[in-house]
Design a protein. Sequence first.
Length: 172
Amino acid sequence: MINYFTISDTHFGHDNVIKYSNRPFKDVEEMNERLVELWNKVVSNDDYVIFLGDFALGQKENIYKYGSRLNGHKIIVLGNHDRRKDFYLEAGFEQVVKRFDMPAEQTGLNYDIIFTHHPYLGIQSNERNIHGHIHDKKLDNSFDTSKYFNASVENIGYTPIRIEQIIKTMGW
């Protein structure tokens, strides 16, 4: 059985994100190592992880240093801090995309699941959106929150979450 996980906004190497998002780490080194540990604790090398953007603070060294240490087949949906597709491919990501879709036929649901970095505007009745970007914030009233799930690390305990668990939690 193939397991699919998702996670967003790790921001490896970004010390200011600890302060901005009130993360429970004393410094960036502790954050980086804890994120790797939590990822590898739940994701095996056979699993798939759809990463929803803002992986590392831009430098190629950070992308490679952390991307190469993480278990699983990794797909990245580029976020606003993810600049170079080739850096992610060199770091072991198998796909680099702007959006990733799981059609209803694949999920066994009546809905397509759209994976994006930013919350996806214009969602249709037969779509659900798993996104990142907003960290520990909530969506405003212009969104039908029953159709959205925020996979930013602050919202999911800093650990990749199984897509099956999201579907169950959201009642999709």
